[in-house]
Design a protein around this ligand. Structure first.
Ligand SMILES: Nc1nc2c(ncn2[C@@H]2O[C@H](COP(=O)(O)OP(=O)(O)OP(=O)(O)O)[C@@H](O)[C@H]2O)c(=O)[nH]1
Ligand SMILES: [Mg+2]
Length: 255
């Protein structure tokens, strides 16, 4: 039996789910609920307006854009370094690097022949835990968009917020580390539902972990049956070819 709880409209009911048991008591929101929703809607519609402007600029420049998201440390930058080493000679790639602070990741991505633009959210954007369309737009000013085939955005490491903000991208990718466990698609469904591809990274560590890949895939399928999955190790290079082909497919869909 789930827990009974009251809602702001006065109804009281219970939920009795195994995987999604609602244990929240929402009764503290009756006064502020509507205002909260309106503020959120305003923020998101302003974001969408700028995301549309970004997308228009991408279309005019003929560049395809992939927004890469993950928890902190899942391996985005390591994968991007390998990606640039493999592709930057034949494909004109730009990087928009998003971090709360520091140029640590942006610095690592220099020297591969790709244009790199750093956006620190602590520099004028309140230290946000994600990139939104306005932040991306500020970083675009430092990139030669018409000279690019592919723009790869490394979003701020966070498993929730980045998925909530469109930035004008054509596809969303996720790097998932096998050290994060099998259950995360169920616990953080917004991100897993939003993405077109999941790179299952750090598979070189599988012999040392209890990670059950089949269970993870079943959990992922439960929230996103369509996502492409790529088994990879940014350390050994496993899966790199498949990932690069997926990216080149994105760039080609521009033609
Ligand atoms: N064993 C192993 N380690 C990896 C792999 N990929 C990345 N790492 C390590 O994981 C750590 C974090 O990798 P990053 O590439 O910095 O991860 P990130 O997602 O860019 O991190 P943030 O930008 O901070 O969110 C580093 O120590 C990497 O060397 C992998 O495939 N296998
Ligand atoms: Mg990084």
């Amino acid at each position: 039996m789930g827990r009974f709880h009251p809602h702001s409209d006065g109804t009281i009911h219970d939920h009795d789910h195994v995987t999604a048991r609602d244990v929240g008591d929402h009764s503290g929101y009756p006064e502020t609920g509507t205002a909260r929703i309106e503020v959120l809607e305003d923020i998101l519609s302003e974001n969408d307006r700028v995301a549309d402007a970004n997308q228009k600029d991408f279309a005019e420049a003929g560049v395809r854009v992939v927004n890469i998201m993950s928890s902190p440390g899942a391996g985005k930058t390591t994968l991007l370094k390998r990606t640039l080493a493999a592709l930057a000679e034949g494909t004109r790639i730009g990087i928009l690097e998003g971090d709360i602070a520091t140029s640590i990741d942006a610095d690592q991505l220099e020297g591969y022949g790709a244009a790199v633009s750093l956006v620190n959210t602590s520099a004028g954007f309140g230290g946000e835990c994600h990139l939104d369309a306005v932040m991306v737009r500020s970083g675009l000013a430092r990139l030669p968009l018409p000279e690019l085939d592919l723009l790869l955005i490394e979003n701020v490491g966070n498993l929730v917020c980045p998925a909530e903000f469109r930035v004008g991208e054509h596809a969303k990718a996720m790097v998932y580390s096998v050290t994060e466990g099998e259950e995360k698609p169920l616990k953080y469904p917004v991100m897993f539902r939003a993405v077109d591809v999941v790179v299952i990274n750090k598979v070189d560590l599988l012999p040392y972990l209890d990670f059950d890949l089949d269970k993870f895939l079943a959990n992922l399928r439960a929230v996103n049956p369509q996502a492409t999955t790529i088994r990879a190790s940014a350390r050994t290079g496993e899966g790199l070819e498949e990932w690069c082909s997926w990216l080149l497919g994105q760039a080609a869909s521009n033609a």
